[in-house]
Design a binder for this molecule. Structure first.
Ligand code: MV4
Length: 663
């Protein structure tokens, strides 16, 4: 076994790998960019070396710098985690050439699985079912259009060098084919420097079921059963679970054995995942399933497999990487219970999931237990920057059954609180609170289909949220004391009413609070509510609201309140005349780039009248599209950009002259 390994990654996965290495008594070497100098993975490592600037290309993707640190530190092996260099065949080869064990498959296996057409050919010849279509080298437009007509519509155009949906186009009708083909090739060329595409029949009602596999260096291979990752948004997985709900034992066996055929066909080594697409047009029972792609790395969602098998997949990677045989035979790998994982992201579902940056001023999660696991790379006070994926943490739960695990996840999400930046917490809660998901009635279209249930952009805050906020604002903010310790005379003047002004989306709510010695009357929009305060501790209040027990958390930063109540998250501002700094958005209506990126589309022109909320342009950044909208009614001016222009963070893109409507 290794004495010392280098983890060529950051964030939660680097911390997670270090956890296992430490348990095995293996020394760990961290590498970090200038932006990560004080991050958690640096603190957890035995040694740490700076390898370059914040941009990943200058640090975590800098293969030579990483190998240099491995040599200097005496690390015998490198664990790449996921993302970054984890599926870079040249890096894997370079490690081996430098006599450093790459903890993963050979460069040859990575290379082979990196191209969808080659991967499909290898799988088909190994007897693994692949989606019907065309994956040859002939890329002539007319030839491909004829092939498309043979396959039938709807069909998918997929970049062979693509992955995760990039360079993928759904074509519903023959007339749309050529334009979609050109668009897919353009994106593939710019993203992968390889514009070759393949065609596939589109399975319009599908489940994404993937099988965790492991193989050692002497030809043994096992499957650690499957994960269902059908809940995706723009090909980013949102929820993963294991095992796949309602999958029969027969089908579990069949899918698992098929995955092993795939692994043996490519002489694989280490941890891997075979992704299948299951055609559930006629239900899941005996449904046809097809090879989609193979991931030659440990995946983000591996914890759900660990929880239902009781195995440590990183430990297996280290042992196999050190040349050991597989620790278990197939018959020894048992399933127990059900697990879910959600990815907590710094993004704003109310604004097209725009990535958020800022300081994590407040971050609390439930206590760790056999039912709750937290994998995170950041702690309270850390910054979420624009340089890396805005994932804050993974919340993972385990229960004896799917319904018990669902309960544990709802509880975990309700007991998680984050303030200082917006997150997808409420969006995640709404998924686990959704009837269709609870009865496992879902497929890959779930998030698109139920978007309006999942992203319930609030028009106004609920009464419990307003009551919790108003009372919280009356507490002395010397933490831990309760309302009775107020030093001012307010509590002595019975029947005195104070008004708290709370603002949400430019709408003000005046909350009248009257103290009645043992309880309160609270007036909202002319209606009186009777409230007993039961307890107030650590930002959490419990009260009786017209006799109903009500508990919530109010986190205050300056005059801004983040309110957590029954899975909902509400952002309010406590307006105190004179205490408020001026609006920080500039009066001249400048539209600034929220982060570095490329102008993808412009919908308006100089002199055009626009209304508040109207889409102005699309910025491509952080692997996603971000639509920038008019902050108020007005007229477009100073627009001099064109598509494909690269813009910097904070750059003025155009201005909206407020109010005037000259065409
Ligand atoms: C498919 C498919 C249906 N039919 N291929 C490929 C990339 C991966 N992220 C999802 N992929 C899919 N490939 C065929 N022939 C369905 C998916 C798919 C999906 C597609 C669109 C939107 C969301 C999706 C979620 C999971 C799987």
């Amino acid at each position: 076994m290794f004495e010392k390994i280098l983890i060529a990654n950051r964030g939660e996965i680097a911390c997670r790998i270090m956890d296992t290495a430490r348990k095995k008594g293996i020394k760990t070497v961290a590498v970090y960019s200038v932006a990560d100098a004080t991050s958690r993975h640096v603190r957890l490592a035995d040694e740490a070396y700076e390898i370059g600037a914040a941009e990943a290309s200058k640090s975590y993707l800098n293969a030579d710098a990483i190998i240099k640190v491995a040599k200097k530190s005496g690390a015998e092996a490198i664990h790449p985690g996921y993302g970054f260099l984890s599926e870079n065949a040249d890096f894997a080869d370079k490690c081996e050439k430098n006599n450093i064990r790459f903890i993963g498959p050979t460069g040859a296996a990575i290379r082979l699985m990196g191209l969808k057409d080659k991967a499909k050919e290898v799988m088909a010849s190994a007897g693994v079912p692949v989606v019907p279509g065309y994956d040859g080298d002939n890329q002539d437009e007319k030839f491909l259009k004829n092939k498309a007509n043979d396959i039938g519509y709807p069909l998918l155009i997929k970049a062979v060098a693509g992955g995760g949906g990039k360079g993928m186009r759904l074509v519903e009708r023959e007339d749309d084919f050529l334009e979609a083909l050109k668009s897919a090739k353009r994106e593939a060329k710019s993203s992968f420097a390889n514009d070759q595409v393949l065609l596939e029949k589109y399975l319009s009602k599908s489940r994404h079921i993937e099988v965790q596999v492991f193989a050692d260096m002497v030809g043994n291979a096992v499957y650690l059963h499957e994960r269902d990752c059908s809940l995706q948004r723009r090909h980013q997985k949102v929820v993963e679970e294991a095992p796949a709900p309602d999958l029969s034992d027969d089908m579990r066996y069949e899918i698992g054995e098929t995955a092993i055929k795939a692994v043996k066909a490519i002489k694989y080594r280490g941890a891997g995942t075979i992704e299948f697409i299951v055609d559930v047009e006629h239900g899941l029972k005996d449904a046809p399933f097809y090879f989609m792609e193979m991931n030659t790395r440990l995946q983000v969602e591996h914890p759900v497999t660990e929880l239902i098998t009781g195995l440590d997949l990183v430990e297996w990677q280290l042992r196999i990487g050190a040349g050991e045989r597989l620790p278990l035979n197939q018959k020894d790998i048992k399933l127990h219970g059900h697990a879910f994982e959600v990815r907590l992201y710094a993004e704003d579902p109310d604004n097209e999931f725009l990535p958020q940056t800022g300081i994590l001023n407040y971050f609390t999660t439930p206590p760790i237990s056999k039912n709750f696991r937290l994998d995170t790379g950041i702690e309270q006070g850390d910054e979420v920057s624009i340089y890396y994926d805005p994932m804050i943490a993974k919340l993972i739960v385990w229960g004896e059954s799917r319904s018990e695990a669902l309960r544990h996840m709802r509880k975990a999400l309700k007991d998680t609180a984050i303030a200082g930046l917006k997150t997808n917490l409420e969006f995640l809660y709404n998924i686990f609170d959704h009837q269709a998901f609870n009865v496992a009635d879902f497929d890959t279209s779930f998030i698109d289909k139920y978007t309006n249930d999942l992203i319930n952009t609030k028009k106004s805050p609920s009464v419990p949220v307003l009551v919790l906020s108003a009372l919280s604002e009356l507490m002395p903010h010397n933490q831990g004391h309760d309302i009775w310790d107020r030093s001012d005379g307010w509590l002595l003047n019975l029947n005195l009413t104070v008004t708290i002004n709370l603002v949400m989306k430019n709408q003000t709510y005046d909350i009248g609070v009257t103290y009645l010695k043992h309880d309160f009357n609270i007036e909202i929009s002319g209606k009186i509510y009777h409230v007993n305060l039961l307890s107030h501790h650590q930002n959490e209040l419990t009260l009786l609201l017209d006799g109903t027990k009500t508990t919530g958390k109010v986190i205050k930063l300056n005059q801004d309140l983040t309110v957590f109540y029954e899975g909902s998250v509400t952002y309010l501002h406590h307006y105190i005349p004179g205490a408020d700094r001026g609006d920080d958005h500039d009066e001249d209506g400048s539209i600034l780039a929220p982060m570095p990126g490329k102008i993808q589309q412009i919908f308006v022109k100089n002199g055009q009248a626009v209304i508040a909320g109207q889409a102005l342009l699309v910025l491509e950044a952080m692997k996603m599209e971000h639509t920038l909208k008019a902050p108020f009614d007005g007229t477009v001016k100073d627009l001099s950009l064109s598509a494909d222009i690269q813009v910097s963070d904070g750059q003025i893109l155009l201005k909206i002259n407020q109010g005037d409507h000259n065409e």
